[in-house]
Design a protein around this ligand. Structure first.
Ligand code: NCD
Length: 325
């Protein structure tokens, strides 16, 4: 494992499988009456959020607390960043406090990389989403969810997603979730197809390790998982499609479309969902939709990442038994 987690593309197949397998062990902690491990006792983790977040922020905090780390939450709103303080000054403040890891979400693509390589700070850096670039822990929790649902929990250990067909639908252009998933799923041997209007596909997508289609209906029957993306209006400065109705009609997932999926296939969404736009309430609330499960799995994945980047040499889940003695 590397010292930082900046991009899903940096993970080798072995790294990715190690994180997924460790997350399985962490998930077992959630089934215990006391959901806590002493692994990161005495270590300090800062959650540095310059951009809005619900799931990712709460889930990192839950993961850190379950590993007994000391947690500092920082959001740009209400901090000196709104007075014009730079990332460098913020980083040096954290360094002065002796933090061991920084979880950073930032609107600028490349901010976590800058933090990890600048020498401003000695801590491990975990990217929790940077601009339209990467969101590696999201891709990991998505792969974990797919592996559990499509490969099976018992056979899951050491298994990957080789040959599974994953369709990612919607605003690929602005989506760090799509980029991270394409990278990780490719590493794990899955076959990814992106479906989007041509205006919402990035320039150069032909060189990505995946297929591209403009036709959702013909792709669905060949999918083991379909991942719906939110249209990221906050990152748009122009009109990328005629109307919302037109977008939903062609690229939204409703009950009729969902019926075109094979019986075993799952519907995924990283959240936040815009019901009525990319996904109807009927689909979002159906048993096939894993959105809520993805959130729960996010805690296990983030525990695994924190443990592997910061943790000791002991097995992840063993210390609790030592304590119980
Ligand atoms: C996504 C994000 O912020 O990149 N959400 C998430 O982290 N679960 C996707 C989005 O905002 O649509």
């Amino acid at each position: 494992m590397q010292r930082h987690l900046i991009s899903a593309a940096d993970l080798s197949r072995d790294d990715a499988v190690l994180i997924l397998d460790t997350a399985e062990e962490m998930a077992r902690v959630a089934d215990r009456p006391i959901k806590k491990l002493p692994t990161l006792r005495g270590r300090t983790v800062v959650n540095l959020f310059f951009e809005d977040s619900t799931r990712t922020r709460i889930s990192f905090e839950a993961a850190e607390k379950r590993l007994s780390a000391d947690v500092i939450n920082f959001s740009a709103k209400g901090s000196s960043v709104s007075k014009g303080e730079s990332l460098k000054d913020t980083a040096q403040t954290l360094e002065a406090m002796g933090v061991d890891a920084v979880v950073i979400r930032h609107g600028a693509s490349g901010a976590p990389y800058r933090l990890a390589t600048s020498g401003w700070i000695d801590a491990a850096v975990i990217n929790a989403g940077d601009g339209t670039h990467q969101h590696p822990t999201q891709a990991l929790l998505d792969a974990f969810t797919m592996r559990r649902r499509l490969v099976g929990r018992d056979t899951g250990l050491g298994q990957d997603l080789a040959g599974r067909r994953v369709t990612i639908v919607g605003d690929v252009l602005h989506s760090r979730v799509a980029r991270s998933n394409v990278d990780l799923l490719h590493t794990l041997g899955a076959e990814v197809t992106l479906v989007a209007p041509p205006t919402l596909l990035p320039v150069g997508v032909e060189s990505w390790p995946c297929a591209v289609s403009y036709d959702l209906d013909s792709t669905l029957p060949k999918s083991d998982a379909v991942m719906m993306l939110r249209v990221q209006r906050e990152r748009m400065n122009a009109a990328f499609f005629p109307t919302e109705r037109e977008y939903s009609r062609r690229y939204g997932l409703d009950g009729d479309r969902m019926a075109k999926l094979p019986e075993h296939a799952i519907v995924m969404h990283p959240g936040p969902m815009v019901r009525g736009m990319e996904i109807t309430a009927e689909v979002a609330d159906s048993d096939r939709c894993t959105a809520v499960e993805q959130v729960a799995n996010g805690v296990s994945i983030r525990m695994a990442v924190l443990y592997l980047l910061l943790g000791g040499n002991e097995p992840a889940a063993a210390p609790i038994r030592t304590e119980e003695k």
